[in-house]
Every structure is written in C-alpha cells, then in structure tokens.
Design a protein around this ligand. Structure first.
Ligand SMILES: Cc1cc2nc3c(=O)[nH]c(=O)nc-3n(C[C@H](O)[C@H](O)[C@H](O)COP(=O)(O)OP(=O)(O)OC[C@H]3O[C@@H](n4cnc5c(N)ncnc54)[C@H](O)[C@@H]3O)c2cc1C
Length: 521
C-alpha cells in the first residue's frame, strides 16, 4: 500500500511511509568536458536564462509559487531561482553558474525529500524535463534488458512506460517520487525482495560533477562515483541527468491484504518479523500499525505483493496466519495486472496514469501534497514481547499526544535479494536488516501549527527509543533533519569511503546541505 494512503489513515499499504525530453545517450564520452560560464560577481540571471534550453523561474513571476513547491508541505522554501533543465548541458551551465557566483545549489527531481533538501536559498536545478524512459534490449551484460531513464522521471511514468514493454524496475510505491532521489538513496518497493533495491539495478549513470563535467559512471568507469551513487544519498556528489537500469521481465502478480483486530497487534508484529526473515523472495510485505485518531486503539494489517501464482502466494502466507493464531478480520489474495497493481499500491486505484500525478506538477494530476514528519529505524533482530508491546503502545498514544494528526508505524520487509548484497558492495549499508520501521505523523494542517510540530517531534523521538535496542541505522531516503549522528545512522561503516569520494570529487563542498556527506568523518 502506499505511503500517501498511510499518511491519511486510509487505503491499502505503504512502502516508505507509506514529458519526454530524451536524455543524452549514456554511451556519451566519460568526460563531456566542463562548460564555461560566469566570472563571479552578482548573479546575472538573465544571462543564465538565455543560456538554457529550459527555463529559469524567478521570484515575482506567475510560475514561481508553483515551481517552488515541495511535496512535504511542512517544508516551505524560497529559492533565488529555479532552473528547469531540459538538457544535460543546462545542468552543466547551472552547476558552473552556482559555483562561479558562490550560490547555494540543490538538485531536484520529484521534490519528495522529507527534509526539503532539494531546495535552497540559491539555485534549484530541477531535472524534471529530463524524464524520458526508453526500454533497451537484453545483452550479454544485462540478460533481462536495460532501460534508460531521465533523472526527472516520476515512478508512475516509469512503471507505465516500462510496463508497456513487459519489463519492470524495482522501485517505491509513491507514484510521484522522482527516480533520482529514490535510486541514489536506495529505493525499497514491492519487488525489492525479488529483485533488490532500485540502486542495485543501476547499470550506469550520467552525472554533472562540481567541476561542471558530465561524467558517465559505471562499474569500470568513475567506479568510486558509481559505488557512491548506489545508496550514498541524493545531492551529495553531483547532479545526475540519466540512469541506465537493469530491468526484469514482469512476473505474474498477486496482491494480498490481511487484517486483524487491534487486540492481536503485538502478536502480529512478533509473527511478521519472524515470517519476513523466512518468506520466499517472491513475497514482499509490510506490516502496518496505524492510528485511528482514537486513543488506545489502532489498525493492524499486512499487505504486499507476490511475484507468482495465487496458489503459491496463499501457501506462502500460511505460516504467517498460523503463527499469528488470531482469526483475521479481513483476508484478500488475488491476481492483478502489473500496471493496475502499481496504481493500487500508489493509492491511485481507478485513476489513469495521467491522473496519478500531483496537481502541482502536471495539469491532469489529481494528487495532493502532504504535510508530515517522520523518522526511521532499521530493525535487525526480533523485538521480543516488550518491544512489540511498546510499538503497539506508541501507536495508541499518537491520537492523544498529537491531536488531530494521522500516522503510525509501518515496517517494510527487507531480506531476499536486498540482503544478498554485502554492506560494502554498494554505498547502501543496511543489508542485514529484517525490516525498516518508519514512524510518521501526518499533520492536520499545512503548514503545521508550532504546537503540533513540537508534539509530533516529541512522539517521533520517543518512538525512536522504542526501537533503539533492536535497531541499527536509519534510512537515508527518509532523511530526517532531527536525526542525531545522522551520517553514521545513514551510512554506517561505508561513511569513511563516502567522505573520501566526496573530498576527491567535491573538494569545495559545492553540493552542501544540512545532511550532505561531510568532507571529514
Ligand atoms: C509520499 C512518499 C512516498 C515514498 N515512498 C517511498 C518508497 O516506497 N520507497 C522508498 O525507498 N522511498 C520512498 N520515499 C522516500 C523517497 O525515496 C525519498 O524522499 C527520495 O529522496 C525522493 O526523491 P525525489 O527525487 O522525489 O526527491 P527530491 O526532493 O527531488 O530529491 C531528494 C534528494 O535527492 C537529491 N536529488 C534530486 N535530484 C537529483 C539529481 N538529479 N542528482 C543528484 N541528486 C538529486 C536532492 O537534492 C535531494 O537531496 C517516499 C517519499 C514520499 C514523500
């Protein structure tokens, strides 16, 4: 089910919380060479605008208020300019312009950064127009085929366009998340246990680095940047303009949902944590504990996707049902067409692909942005009776502690193909986790009132303590401005190598934000 639905206390499940400009070919030379631009001094925005194939949006213009919006309505920012980049050369010009004028800069793809880190006081480099999606042929290096995806493509468009070619890219459930932020920080989704994280599917990518050079990064070419791009987090090393992904043939797809009375909640979590460690790779699920808005109660369900037949799916779920013991209050297992399944997971059941976009991003879009705050913990071991009871109690307290808010705790299953990658093989270090627990609060108003914000952060911090004995690290894609010791929480033992790569490729810290990889550990 999708995080959007989770945030609204409705709908099915949640991974996480829950235009066709064709990109320059990835076969381009490894070094396209720096572009030349400004010579310092106050920014000459008119000159930058003239140099771009895309457009430059400045404060005071009619399109600025809409162009400045981010998904999280709790994050309001006022950039000096927003460059809508239509070509990799546009991106190069913007990077050089920001560098030469000493301006803060931030790359933006889908604008879903929890912390609002795809905006800044300076120049926002929006890659949305670079949203081409082209499926390629299978070859010796990629027996299941490849796809070239522009860095500004949104997930729903990728699923739709690749689905029409009979292939899929494992990615997240939220339809409007941008591929760049998702893939650079990991990317967990309903096919994650079967095919791995989105970052694991990257075959190569093109990135404009701090010197303004457009580089191709692949295992044998700029290998350190390639490694860092597989989970090292968006916005740290350069601006990606396109990815080549390894894709998978679409399997038979079944959806399932199981729900129990709230009295069974602790037992469901205990059983699900054990189940998810032993479930077949084809089965991905999450376990949700959602506030109903009434103190002392909640909703508990397990939902997911099975890459196989209905009968095999039902058989694979039997151990979970047996271990919980309590009779489910709702039980559904059924086959679904791939694209319809992805729309359902996205909370877009009954909508067209065009409608399954944000109203703020496309004219046909019907989806709203959301005001929220969240934290996460990677759970590495069963939580025991005290731990599961504490999770249930935290959800029951939410309605009292943050009146009027929605939210709860969602556990996304890891394991399978995700955990067969060693922690140091990519920058995504969390390869020993059973699950990632995300706890979130969806505010009643946008922006949230100061008292709601204080109360939400207090609940989130308390909830993090519930996980402390059983967890290690937090998910860099659920980037959390209040996370303590965040660099170690996101990158663990991979942090020293990321710091070294940052020093080598961005020695002046051009790509800097509150939680960017530092120049020293
Ligand atoms: C509603 C919702 C649902 C979600 N569901 C999932 C899910 O199912 N699975 C999952 O794993 N995650 C999920 N996430 C988290 C999501 O993966 C992250 O928020 C991700 O960073 C968003 O990417 P974006 O491109 O949309 O965001 P942006 O805000 O545009 O970017 C995020 C970060 O990446 C950087 N960045 C953006 N574009 C580029 C670029 N071209 N080159 C380099 N850096 C760039 C930005 O500067 C920023 O630091 C969800 C988030 C939300 C809000």
């Amino acid at each position: 089910m999708d995080r959007r639905a989770f945030l609204r206390r409705a709908g099915r499940a949640t991974v996480g919380l829950g235009a066709t400009a064709l990109i320059g070919a990835t076969t381009a030379c490894a070094h396209a060479g720096p572009v030349t631009a400004g010579s310092g001094g106050p920014p000459n925005w008119k000159a930058l605008a003239r140099s771009l194939t895309g457009s430059l949006v400045l404060p005071g213009t009619a399109s600025y208020p809409g162009a400045a919006l981010l998904y999280n309505q709790a994050q309001v920012t006022h950039p000096a300019a927003i460059a809508s980049c239509a070509t990799p050369t546009d991106v190069q010009r913007c990077v050089v312009f920001a560098r030469d004028h000493g301006l803060p800069l931030a790359a933006r793809s889908g604008g879903h950064s929890y912390g609002g880190y795809s905006s800044c006081r300076g120049l926002v480099i929006d890659v949305s127009p670079l949203h081409g999606v082209t499926a390629g042929r299978a070859g010796p290096d990629s027996p299941t085929g490849t796809a070239v995806v522009g860095a500004g493509a949104k997930l729903v468009d990728i699923y739709s366009r690749l689905g029409a070619e009979g292939v899929l890219l494992p990615g997240g459930s939220c339809p409007t998340v941008g591929i760049a932020g998702l893939a650079l920080g990991g990317g967990i989704g309903v096919f994650g246990r079967a095919y791995g994280l989105t970052c694991d599917a990257i075959a190569s990518l093109q990135m404009v680095t701090a010197d303004g050079t457009l580089r191709t990064c692949a295992p044998g070419q700029q290998a350190d940047l390639f490694w860092a791009s597989q989970g090292g987090g968006g916005g740290n090393f350069g601006v990606v303009t396109s990815f080549t992904f390894n894709v998978q043939p679409i399997p038979e797809v079944n959806l399932f949902t199981l729900a129990w009375p709230w009295g069974a909640a602790a037992g469901v979590l205990d059983a699900w944590l054990a189940f998810t460690m032993t479930a077949p790779d084809e089965l991905w699920s999450n376990c949700q504990f959602l506030s109903t808005g009434r103190p002392g109660t909640g909703q508990v369900k397990v939902t997911g996707v099975f890459a196989g037949t209905t009968a095999t799916c039902a058989g694979a779920l039997a151990p979970l049902l047996g271990a919980v013991g309590a009779v489910p209050s709702y039980r559904f297992v059924g086959p679904e067409d791939f694209l319809r399944a992805m729309l359902i997971e996205a909370g877009c059941e009954g909508k067209t692909v065009a409608e399954c976009h944000l109203t703020s991003q496309t004219p046909a879009g019907t989806l709203a942005r959301s005001p929220f705050a969240a934290k996460s913990s990677f759970v590495n071991s069963p939580m025991g009776a005290a731990g599961t009871a504490a999770v249930v109690a935290a959800v029951e307290r939410l309605a009292t502690e943050v009146p009027g808010a929605g939210g709860g705790i969602v556990f996304d299953g890891y394991g399978g193909a995700i955990n067969r990658v060693a922690p140091a093989d990519t920058a995504f270090v969390h390869r020993r986790a059973i699950a990632c627990a995300q706890y979130s609060v969806s505010y009643a108003t946008a922006p949230p009132t100061p008292s709601a914000s204080v109360a939400a952060h207090a609940w989130l911090a308390q909830t993090q303590q519930v996980f402390a004995p059983h967890a290690q690290g937090s998910y860099q894609n659920y980037i959390d401005p209040t996370q303590s010791d965040w660099a170690r929480a996101y990158y663990g033992s991979n942090l020293p190598r990321l710091v070294e790569i940052k020093r080598r490729h961005d020695p002046t810290d051009l790509f800097n934000f509150a939680q960017s990889i530092p120049l020293s550990a």
